[in-house]
Design a protein around this ligand. Sequence first.
Ligand SMILES: Nc1ccn([C@H]2C[C@H](O)[C@@H](COP(=O)(O)O)O2)c(=O)n1
Ligand SMILES: [Zn+2]
Length: 159
Amino acid sequence: MKGSESKKNDIISWEEYFMGVALLSSRRSKDPNTQVGACIVNKFKRIVGLGYNGFPDNIPDNDNKLPWGKSSEKDAEGYVQHKGLYVCHAEMNAIVNKLSVDITGCTMYTTLSPCNECAKLICQLRLGKVVYYERKTEDKEGKYKAAEKMFKEAGIEWV
Ligand SMILES: Nc1ccn([C@H]2C[C@H](O)[C@@H](COP(=O)(O)O)O2)c(=O)n1
Ligand SMILES: [Zn+2]
């Protein structure tokens, strides 16, 4: 009978939805090695910030002005050819790109666990929770472990 159909129940969860958005955002990254996406969600389940890893704004990324490699060598002008000096991380971009709202207590969904620098931003802006898809295992300098320590000490849930 018309109008008697019941609702569709096999839908994705909120967690799957927001991490799915973070994963989709990561596909905008031009990093040839690792693409990361991040999505900030408020208590009303509204997306308030999105980001992916890339070079800073207004620097053309199609004429190799900045390096995508990880060499410790300098180029002819004396610039070290390591992308880590230049790339803005997905989490940082999600925070910088956020709408004009307070993100205190918000949840960040990120496709890769945050580094110490992004963790500092997350702590300073008092986000309440970080959900990651994949944990960064290679951590020679202890950046990712330091991030975990900061989250623990600042009482930021980390799952
Ligand atoms: N939580 C993270 C971790 C890394 N990134 C970015 C920084 C680089 O563009 C790339 C990592 O490159 P790799 O060292 O794997 O060659 O991912 C990020 O945005 N967020
Ligand atoms: Zn970072």
